[in-house]
Design a protein around this ligand. Structure first.
Ligand code: CA
Length: 231
């Protein structure tokens, strides 16, 4: 199981479904959309760990989306793998200029696709080899499933651990309860939104002994945010 969330942008529904099934089967979290505009909308509240982007899309092309992402420093670190047709050599050149990290040529084998994804993630250091992440004085160790603050281990349940990890990798943004359910619990899980409140409460309680509970902020009428800036 990996904690990397992949955004798939592909207009052909059969290919999109195949990609989703393949990636989920390999343990990734997957969100898929049929066009670049929908992908761009998603980026306003969610930054994926990797973008798997079709070159030929209706409306805004894959390369236009890649260039748009690279211009914004919030998104410039998201690795991009482009899907191209066999004879689109031109696409590769343009893509390299647009900041694309790698290519997979259609039709592709599952094995090749997964190998490329893993190689790119390794290169940007966001695969499982980078197991310790720090933010706001907190250190989260994904391999040992442990959270430290001021050299103290915090006592967190598995859901609070996932929630904190999500917050630490997506700081300073407000997420609604529905978005948190989708992004932390997974879109296939049916849970009531108030369950989120329960786990937020537990997470704050776990952070409290180190005085770090103010990091988890309630944004009234909207949802929650993880931030070092006072709410
Ligand atoms: Ca296409």
């Amino acid at each position: 199981m990996t904690d990397v969330h992949i955004l798939v942008v592909e207009d052909e529904s059969a290919v999109r479904e195949l990609l989703t099934a393949t990636l989920e089967g390999a343990g990734f979290q997957v969100t898929s959309v049929p066009d670049a505009h929908k992908a761009r909308d998603l980026f306003s509240h969610f930054i994926p760990g990797l973008l798997l982007l079709d070159w030929m899309l209706p409306g805004m092309s894959g390369i236009e989306l890649a260039k748009w992402l690279r211009k914004d420093e919030r998104f410039s670190g998201v690795p991009i793998i482009m899907l191209t047709a066999k004879d689109e050599e031109n696409a590769k050149v343009q893509g390299l200029e647009g900041g694309v990290d790698d290519y997979v040529t259609k039709p592709f084998s599952t094995r090749e696709l997964l190998a490329r994804i893993k190689a790119v993630l390794r290169r940007v250091g966001s695969d499982d080899s980078k197991v310790i992440k720090t933010r706001a004085g907190l250190e989260i160790d994904l391999a040992q499933h442990r959270v430290m603050a001021h050299n103290q281990t915090l006592q967190l349940g598995p859901t609070e651990f996932k929630l904190l990890h999500f917050f630490m990798t997506h700081p300073d943004r407000v997420y609604s309860r529905a978005q948190l359910l989708d992004l932390v619990w997974g879109s296939h899980v049916f849970i009531e939104e108030r369950t989120v409140d329960v786990h937020i409460r537990r997470l704050r309680k776990a952070l409290e002994p180190e005085g770090m509970d103010p990091l988890v902020q309630t944004v009234r009428g909207v949802g929650y945010r993880f931030s070092e800036q006072p709410g």
